[in-house]
Design a protein around this ligand. Sequence first.
Ligand code: CO
Length: 132
Amino acid sequence: MITGIDHVGIAVRSLDERVPFYRDVLAMGEPELEEVPEQKVRVAMFRTGAGRIELLEPTDPESPIAKFIEKNGEGIHHLALGTGEITAGIAAVETAGLRMIDSTPRDGAEGAQIAFVHPKSTGGVLLEFCRR
Ligand code: CO
């Protein structure tokens, strides 16, 4: 069911401020930039060769990313696992009596289908299932 680590999501106040570290200091190339209005974020996606790094900048104070930064500061926000069949992942979690944030898949960056598992069910990790 799990095909690998798809990406690590990192909450940032400003893409303009944080992109240069990955692009210039780490020489990871130009990121794919995308706005995801459903999640009220702008995304910069870097390819590392194996797994991606997803920088998330809130576009609205009501964005979940804005609330995360307000509470925790900038930093690692979620871990995304690649899945072949996202509904199978959701079913496995719910069958185990654990809690999904998204019980149906929704649209993520780069046309992916995503669903989040509640961190209370994972020992504090906000886990994303991601199907491309
Ligand atoms: Co993500």
